[in-house]
Design a protein around this ligand. Structure first.
Ligand SMILES: Nc1nc(=O)c2c([nH]1)NC[C@@H]1CN(c3ccc(C(=O)N[C@@H](CCC(=O)O)C(=O)O)cc3)CN21
Ligand SMILES: O=c1ccn([C@H]2C[C@H](O)[C@@H](COP(=O)(O)O)O2)c(=O)[nH]1
Length: 351
């Protein structure tokens, strides 16, 4: 996954120090984009261990998105990754699946003359069991349109947009969607997926985001019988967390020296020297113990990412999946094959 490594390098070399809502500071950069050819294998990172618990969490998370649930009551039995942002009942202030599968439709006087709104006759509209109001299944619309009878009009549509962004939700929400919209676009007989992400935690969130959308593209390719094309990813605020308090602030004073060191790196191994320079010079961080075979880099993600840059990416694994409809997608129906990785490393999540 050279594309991920290039992204990390570009942000470390060209980013600037930025404080943010969390107590953990960042090295951030505006506007990054890359494409991954999904026909060349499944883009699961190999420079840290992404199978076992991370693969499981990502897969349960995708199953949860597709379920349309706005709560994590079932998800939290499988993984804790969303627990910090949910209330005691497991409800979330913004949930991707709720918008992907059950986007609220204005009703009655909320519809102005001349405006076009799908009605209850539409195959993608239903009266929601939970709210009793009309909701729209964006993903169902995408799949059915791709399977439409007239390829030029249907599968070639340039309107296959799924949005998790509801302006009236995002202001008050404690965590508005980060990967907030994607577009499916067929070119030369191949299905491509373009994701726009407003805010991207490069070390922790992005490896999950790539894995989840690459798998979603595969799911859509299976159920529509259209060959898999590319995953294309736009990141607006692309950031690497660099620690709390003195540790984070050390980067504000030492970023240009750090970036001079990076500018002199000529081989992968030299990233380890820069990592060691950071570990020797930056104020120490308290980190919790993790299992043997793993190393916890704490809230400063920079040294761990430098270690990843020093490692050679291994061959991409494959995913086995055989489904005919969206409803058949489940944890049990997917298997990861031929995955091999470097040893594990951990980072703490900025909340
Ligand atoms: N700072 C931050 N980064 C994120 O990536 C992120 C948020 N916040 N808030 C909301 C969601 C939740 N997501 C998360 C949350 C936690 C992990 C995490 O703890 N990952 C660990 C362990 C994974 C596991 O238990 O399976 C990791 O080492 O990857 C990953 C993504 C992505 N999002
Ligand atoms: O799928 C996800 C979800 C979240 N993130 C990251 C991006 C940011 O570091 C935080 C969200 O904080 P905001 O202040 O709301 O931007 O979570 C991610 O990378 N991927």
């Amino acid at each position: 996954m050279e594309k991920y490594h290039n992204l990390v390098q570009r942000i470390l070399r060209g980013g600037h120090y930025k404080k943010n809502r969390t107590k953990v500071d960042t090295i951030a950069d505006f506007g990054h984009h890359y494409e991954i050819n999904l026909a060349k294998g499944y883009p699961l990172l190999t420079t840290k261990k992404m199978d076992t618990f991370r693969w499981d969490s990502m897969l349960h998370e995708l199953v949860w998105y597709l379920s349309g649930d706005h709560h994590v009551r079932k998800l939290r039995e499988k993984t804790a990754i969303w627990n910090s942002w949910a209330d005691e009942d497991g409800n979330l202030p913004s949930a991707y699946g709720r918008f992907w599968r059950r986007f609220p439709i204005p009703e009655n006087k909320a519809q102005l003359p001349g405006e076009a709104w799908a009605s209850e006759e539409s195959p993608w509209v239903q009266r929601d069991d939970e709210t009793g109001t009309l909701v729209f299944d964006q993903l169902g619309y995408v799949v059915d349109t791709l399977k439409g009878k007239n390829p030029d009009r249907d599968r070639h549509s340039r309107r296959l947009v799924v949005s998790a962004w509801h302006p009236a939700n995002t202001g008050p929400s404690a965590l508005p969607p980060c990967h907030y919209t994607f577009v499916i676009n067929v070119q030369a007989g191949k299905l491509n997926c373009h994701l726009t992400q407003r805010s991207a935690d490069i070390a922790l969130g992005v490896p999950f985001n790539i894995a989840a959308y690459a798998l979603l593209a595969r799911v859509l390719s299976e159920v529509t019988d259209i060959a898999l094309g590319k995953f294309s990813h736009t990141l607006v605020d692309a950031h690497i967390y660099c620690g709390q308090e003195e540790r984070g602030e050390w980067y504000s004073e030492n970023l240009s020296e750090f970036q001079d060191h990076l500018a002199n790196v000529n081989s992968k191994e030299e990233y380890r020297s820069v990592r060691n320079w950071v570990l020797e010079n930056a104020p120490p961080e308290q980190t919790t113990e993790v299992d043997a075979g793993s190393h916890n880099y704490g809230y400063d993600h920079v040294p761990g990412l430098l270690e990843q840059l020093a490692r050679d990416p291994l061959d991409r694994p494959r995913v086995e999946l055989d489904i005919e409809s969206l409803g058949e997608f489940s944890y049990e129906n997917v298997t990861l094959q031929d995955y091999d990785s470097h040893s594990d490393l951990r980072f703490e999540v900025a909340e």
